[in-house]
Design a protein around this ligand. Structure first.
Ligand code: ISE
Length: 334
């Protein structure tokens, strides 16, 4: 069955989801869009779908079967709750909620609805590299894991991003993907800050250190002003060997006195496959398949871990992460 999608938020990510939906996903159609900026909504609609003036109207649109939420972070939880209330499945961009209470409310609402309706846009779970790391851990092909070293560098972060947002908006990817790779929750977190780059006085480059429940150490360098491009790396160190993500494009170049690889300007290119697979598998799940992406529970655990990390940054201490027991409702999710 063709799934008729409504898109809320037509900024960088919304526009990219619309492009992928239209060009790469079989069995899906973009039928309606909405954005606070009507010009942006009209540009993404491009005369090919309905434009709603409010998110509520789009959620209520009877011709919309499922939703993609790519509006500002603070709207994610309220809109996800609205989607659940309308009985419409939703792929919500990360982070799922702006507070832990909101994250709990989403989990409670989905459980009350009695069926899976929420997938959080932690798209790295669909990246073939991270999936290979997860398989290596699950099958112990290189022995048990000891360290996961992560690098998360953006070329130039937006001005409004503070050190807190580096944790809540950027590091939340590593919080989730390290749980996914290791197959277990985190128990403790600490965060140390380097001096500010001269190019961004309002935030600090951060080093977050997570410790998993079984004692694996996850190090995360988060530097949003690296200038040279978007660079995400990961090296898993196990008892009998290491595995690293290959961040390179398929072609290397020698040109102008340099020998090497191009670096993507942002995450859309670096994770192009992951974004595509995420939407493709969401459509498969809506047609009766299994949801392979992050659940509302995963969104909640990420929020709980990010909250502990924020506390660790503010107080300089090691903080305990305690998300509690996973409800039975989520036992069969990937
Ligand atoms: C952005 O919102 C993303 O989701 C990107 O994947 C991440 O690398 C970036 O730091 C965030 O700001």
């Amino acid at each position: 069955m063709t799934i008729r999608f409504g898109l809320i938020g037509c900024g960088i990510m919304g526009a990219d989801h619309a492009r992928i939906l239209r060009s790469d996903i079989a069995g899906a159609e973009l039928v309606a869009v909405q954005d606070m900026d009507t010009g942006r909504a009209a540009a993404v609609a491009d005369g090919n779908c309905r434009v709603h003036s409010t998110a509520e109207a789009l959620v209520a649109d009877r011709g919309v079967d499922a939703l993609i939420i790519a509006s500002p972070d603070r709207t994610h939880a309220p809109l996800t709750l609205a989607a659940i209330a309308a009985g419409k499945p939703v792929l919500c961009e990360k982070p799922m909620a702006a507070s832990l209470d909101e994250a709990r409310a989403v989990v409670a609402a989905e459980i009350a609805a009695g069926r899976p309706l929420v997938q959080v846009g932690f798209m790295r779970r669909f990246d073939p590299g991270y999936r290979a790391l997860r398989a290596a851990v699950a099958e112990e092909t290189h022995g048990r894991p000891l360290f996961l070293h992560c690098v998360h560098r953006n070329a130039v972060g937006p001005d409004y991003v503070t050190s807190d947002l580096v944790l809540a908006n950027s590091c939340v990817h590593e919080i989730d993907i390290s749980r996914f790779v290791l197959g277990e929750d985190h128990a403790r977190v600490r965060v140390i800050a380097a001096r500010p780059s001269r190019r961004a006085a309002n935030r600090r480059p951060l080093m977050m250190i997570l410790e998993s429940a079984s004692g694996v150490i996850v190090s995360v360098e988060a530097f949003l002003d690296a200038q040279y491009g978007y660079d995400v790396q990961g090296e898993l160190v196990c008892e009998d060997g290491t595995l690293s993500l290959d961040p390179h494009p398929p072609v290397s170049r020698r040109h102008g006195g340099l020998d090497g690889y191009g670096v993507e300007p942002d995450w859309r290119g670096r994770f192009a496959d992951a974004y595509r697979y995420q939407l493709r598998d969401f459509v498969v799940a809506l047609n009766g398949g299994r949801f392979l992406g992050a659940s509302a529970w995963d969104g909640y655990v990420a929020a709980a871990t990010a909250e502990a990390a924020l506390k660790a940054l503010a107080g300089g201490n090691v903080e305990t992460v305690d998300a509690g027991e996973r409800p039975m409702f989520y036992a069969t999710r990937a």
